[in-house]
Write a protein that binds this ligand. Structure first.
Ligand SMILES: [Zn+2]
Ligand SMILES: [Zn+2]
Length: 259
């Protein structure tokens, strides 16, 4: 499996997973033009994209869905509630011919890949993260959750690659310039994962199989990549796990066959 973070952060998210000439995107919070451009920068073929899996309806995850429906033939994977919310927010119809319904807790297959969506504690209609198995490897992309749950930790066992939210440093957020309501939302149990909570969840995901960890959805205002890294490194000390940080403005690609 080949992984790339095309963009990650509160201004737009898009992850690409490729195997055997097929690419699945997770979320499309940057423009279709940017998706294609960033894939090209990384040497990935944007014609290999066949499907887009949505996690939830917040704008930093779905901004390009309307354009994608009109300009590509990609299938859209989403839960029924997320599909309805995206249609309402974007003023679009996702036709049944383009939609593959997924459901938290129910495994599904896509082009020989094995996908398992699972529920996240986040303030959206029906937010999910995805555990994905293809080519004998397992990955999970887990962002936009307010706190670590046992259910989430259960889905992070025996992964080769974990992409995990490290949204904020609690002190930076508390002392920062965000309005009080927004701070309270981010800090809530259905908000975003702090560096400390990320470290706790990462500890529960450690296994001899884990090779790559990508910290994702970092806030540009309320986090410092060095702080997020430091929190993860404390957990990973003594292991051979490689640690990466995904960015908002630049794509990140991991070497093939190791992810
Ligand atoms: Zn988000
Ligand atoms: Zn969100």
């Amino acid at each position: 499996m080949h992984y790339a973070a095309l963009a990650s952060g509160s201004k737009g998210n898009c992850h690409a997973l490729s195997e055997d000439g097929l690419t699945l995107l997770i979320d499309a919070g940057i423009s279709l033009l940017q998706i294609r451009r960033r894939m090209e920068i990384l040497g990935l073929d944007s014609n290999s994209v066949r499907a887009l899996a949505l996690t939830h309806e917040h704008s930093d995850h779905i901004g390009a869905v309307g354009v994608i429906l009109r300009n590509t033939d990609w299938a859209i994977l989403a839960t029924a509630a997320t599909r309805t919310a995206v249609e309402r927010i974007q003023g679009i119809d996702i036709p049944p011919s383009r939609w593959i319904e997924v459901e938290a807790g129910r495994s599904c297959s896509w082009e020989g890949w094995h996908l398992r969506p699972f529920a996240l504690p986040h303030d959206a209609e029906d937010p999910v993260a995805y555990r994905i198995e293809a080519g004998g490897q397992a990955a999970a992309v887990v962002t936009d959750l307010g706190h670590p749950t046992a259910l989430v930790a259960d889905h992070l066992q025996d992964l080769d690659l974990l992409v995990l939210e490290a949204n904020h440093d609690v002190d930076m957020l508390r002392e920062g310039s965000y309005p009080p309501q927004l701070k309270a939302r981010i800090l809530s149990r259905v908000g975003h994962l702090s560096n400390a909570a990320m470290a706790e969840l990462l500890g529960r995901a450690l296994s001899p199989r884990l090779k790559q960890v990508v910290l994702a959805h970092l806030s540009e205002s309320n986090n410092d990549p060095a702080l997020a890294r430091f929190a993860a490194e404390e957990i990973l000390r003594g292991t051979s796990v490689a640690l990466h940080v995904a960015h908002q403005r630049e794509p990140l690609v991991l070497p093939p066959a190791v992810a």
